[in-house]
Design a protein. Structure first.
Length: 176
């Protein structure tokens, strides 16, 4: 019963929101009577809603001592599902550079694997401040790209740089 708490429910909500947002981005033919700008708006709304749950699930878990083993797995998984849905959907729409997405996703998978390996060795590589900043910049990039706002591409490439550098920091931490 310890795993049935609000932070884990919020993380699970992100798991459910991610495919809905992806559908709005890539299955536009299902909504032929809806203007594409409305699909962008609804996808952005879902993304912002999910991003807010990311903040609150961590805050509530720490503040009310509701950190669970399930939450330690579910929270980063939900984050990856959300960013994967956003980045892949935007790449399919032609709004995100495929190389930028490739670099970001490669780093995400590599570092996730590294963190799993660390756990297997009895080490825990906690999320760093730079890792959290990376997530925020990625989320801003996704939001700008969904809405097709100016500077979206520049923010995406900033996210690439921060993502790769934070990956380097995780590797350094693991090798210590």
């Amino acid at each position: 019963m310890k795993n049935l708490n609000l932070p884990n429910a919020l993380a699970f909500a992100r798991v459910l929101i991610a495919p809905l947002m992806f559908m709005l981005l890539v299955n536009r033919d299902l909504f032929e009577n809806v203007h594409p700008s409305w699909l962008d708006f609804f996808a952005a709304f879902l993304f912002v809603l999910a991003s807010i749950t990311d903040f609150f699930d961590g805050y509530i878990a720490r503040k009310f001592e509701q950190i669970t083993e399930l939450g330690k797995i579910l929270d980063p998984l939900a984050d990856k599902m959300l960013t994967l849905a956003g980045f892949l959907g935007l790449m399919i729409l032609g709004r995100a550079d495929p190389w930028a997405i490739y670099l970001i996703l490669t780093r995400e998978f590599f570092i996730t694997g590294l963190r799993v390996a660390a756990v297997g060795e009895g080490k825990e590589i906690a999320a760093s401040a730079l890792g959290k900043a990376k997530t925020i910049i990625q989320m801003i990039a996704i939001g700008f790209l969904i809405m097709d706002w100016p500077l979206a591409s520049a923010i995406l490439w900033l996210a690439v740089v921060v993502t790769l550098y934070s990956g380097y920091e995780y590797i350094k931490e693991y090798l210590k």
